[in-house]
Design a protein around this ligand. Sequence first.
Ligand code: GTP
Ligand code: MG
Length: 324
Amino acid sequence: MLAPVGLSADPAALVAAAGAGDRRALARLITIVEDDRPGALEALSLADRSSRGASRMGITGAPGAGKSTITDGLISAIRRTGTDVAVLAVDPTSPFSGGAVLGDRVRMQDHVSDGGVFIRSMASRGHLGGLSAAAPKALTMLEAAGFPEIIVETVGVGQDEVEIAEAADTTVVVLNPGWGDGIQAAKAGILEIGDVFVVNKADRPGVRDTVADLQGMLAMDEQTRWTPPVLTTVAHAGEGIDELWGEVQRHRAYLIEEGLLQARRRARRRGELETALVAAFRRSARRVLAADDGDGVAALVESGEMDPWTAAELILSRERASSG
Ligand SMILES: Nc1nc2c(ncn2[C@@H]2O[C@H](COP(=O)(O)OP(=O)(O)OP(=O)(O)O)[C@@H](O)[C@H]2O)c(=O)[nH]1
Ligand SMILES: [Mg+2]
């Protein structure tokens, strides 16, 4: 394989190396946990223990809204303060078939030679247990590597993105002018997940209407002391990026003041446990079905002699009996 001489596959050695700043070890660890390769569990357990904690920002929005361009600008803003930053870009396409990843790489390539920046993309398809299982593992590795700032870019506003938003302390939702009416935003479920809203491509017509629409919708939610601000950016020109970074920091200060940061992180870990449990159940379900020799319950379901729901309960109770 591509493993360079001296780069051991031993999970403990890899986690130690990644923690000491070895980016190749970090990249390798992310691949191991993403693909659930041997050593993944040990690596995750060690990384979780050695994690130094990080501020996590999520950036989500429709395809092409300007998330990567904004991320690129944020990287520069963060680096100017001397802080290291890692980016996890989750793409809807496979890394080898889609244009999006290539585009992301091109846009962020100014930072490639900067040792204080680490950029990784992850395809949202083809992961065991789904994206919601894979992303937290990669994020755990980035935290263990000591990045104080992490940005997660996700496309769209579907279920995956809502789950990813839960992985962040602060979620930035990126929209464009003309994206328009608040009802559409409410339907897409983005009003609830956004802590900060950005109307990017503010060099195009319709900005004011979109901003006003959003502000109108957001003002209706008076359950919390935080009213999500609506900013405008022209990301490719770098306009509004410093203001965005300022709002993200203001949101963090708010979370800390209100004691909400700890609560969010506890809820996140609980959510990760649930995801891990579901993945474990799914694996165990596949094992049970694979082991079924044909005169078992699966065969009865296949032939129509038993319904799938009763069969599932039966298998579960058998499993409990055999493991208890
Ligand atoms: N006019 C205009 N174009 C912009 C602006 N910001 C980004 N773009 C352009 O919009 C296109 C998409 O930008 P990206 O940053 O790749 O958008 P994205 O949301 O990351 O896209 P995906 O990851 O593919 O969903 C690029 O051609 C950018 O140059 C802006 O403020 N104004
Ligand atoms: Mg992008």
